[in-house]
Every structure is written in C-alpha cells, then in structure tokens.
Design a protein around this ligand. Structure first.
Ligand code: PRP
Length: 181
C-alpha cells in the first residue's frame, strides 16, 4: 500500500452510518406523498450515501444526478459556482429530493436549489448525510440531516481528499501527517 502524508481518524463507523441512513430513510418515508419522487444526487460525493439511502427507502423513485463546479483540491472556491452537469429528467410538478454527502458553506446546494427551483417542481427537499452548520455562508434549509459535525476535514463514504478515499466504507477525519512515521 502507498504511504500517504495524511493521517485518518475514524469518526463514524459503518454501523453508525447504516443506523443513520435507516433513520433518515424513515423520516423521508414518513413525509412521503403518494408520488414517485425524483432523487437528485450531487456528484461526486453523494454517490455512496444516495445508493444506500434509496435502498433503505425501499419506495419507487426516479434517479438523476447533477454537479456543481467543485472546489477541486482547494478549500476555497475560486469563482462563482456553476452547474457543470445538469439533470436530464423533467421535474416540473414533481417532488424532488436533493441528496448531498456534506453541506459546508452551502454554496453547492444554494446554487442547485436556485437552478432547479426555476423548473417549477412541486416540492424540493434536501437530505444531507453530514451538516457542518457552523460553517454555513449560504442560506439553505436542510429537511433531513444525518450527522451534525463541527470539526475538521472528512473523507470516506463518498467524500474525498484530492479524489482519494471516496471508497472507504466509514467516515474519517483527515489531518496532515507530521514527520516520518
Ligand atoms: C463537496 C461536497 C459537497 C460540497 C459541500 O463537493 O460533496 O457537494 O463540497 O461544500 P459547500 O457546502 O461549501 O458547497 P466538492 O465540490 O468537493 O466536489 P465532490 O463532491 O466531487 O468531491
């Protein structure tokens, strides 16, 4: 295995994630109307949470994906966010559920909510696995939240550092590794 310059500390285990996903799915089911929602995953990070959440939901859904311009490998956005990959389904009059892995400043979600609201969905709700709410800079209303987290940089379960770690089954806090260990 490659040596890396990062140190990972387990923060949320696979079992805790599974319990959280089941709880969020139950909340979504409780509010569900008698319609088939369009579930929109925000690429790339939401792909794992979305897959587990929709299987836990166990109800008919339609599926789509969107992508907002990324922070790339940096912590700070370099320009205004734009929708780089749009959904292909028609959402006019539909119940839409946006699915996000982590909400930090709210920049990505705020951009997508504005973008999708213009297409007149019947409703637009948001499910996020991790809510870093003390970091919020853009107003977004999260309808379903898995975990509230105030700390550092998270990887695993879809979340990356420089495109690595997305396939880890649990969530870890990443810190730079100091010295040769
Ligand atoms: C991450 C994460 C969210 C967003 C949250 O995506 O997956 O989409 O940042 O940050 P925000 O609330 O400040 O917008 P990123 O842009 O890094 O792309 P990725 O999902 O491909 O990793």
């Amino acid at each position: 295995m490659n040596r890396t310059s990062e140190h990972l500390t387990l923060l949320v285990s696979e079992k805790q994630i599974a319990d959280t996903v089941r709880r969020v799915a139950a909340e979504i089911r409780r509010d569900a109307k008698e319609t088939t929602p369009v579930c929109v995953g925000i690429l790339k990070g939401a792909f794992v949470f979305m897959a587990d959440l929709l299987r836990a939901l166990g109800e008919p859904v339609e599926l789509d994906f969107a992508r907002v311009s990324s922070y790339a490998d940096s912590d700070s956005p370099v320009s205004e966010p734009v929708v780089e990959h749009d959904i292909s389904l028609d959402i006019e009059g539909r119940d839409v559920l946006l699915i996000e892995d982590i909400v930090d400043t709210g920049r990505s979600l705020a951009c997508l909510v504005e973008h999708l609201s213009a297409r007149s969905p019947r409703s637009l709700k948001i499910a996020a696995l991790v809510d870093k709410r003390t970091r919020r800079q853009f107003r977004v209303r999260l309808d379903y939240v898995g975990i509230i987290f105030e700390g550092g940089f998270l990887v695993g379960y879809g979340m990356d550092f420089a495109e690595r770690y997305r396939n880890l089954p649990a969530i870890y806090e990443l810190r730079p590794r100091h010295g040769d260990q």
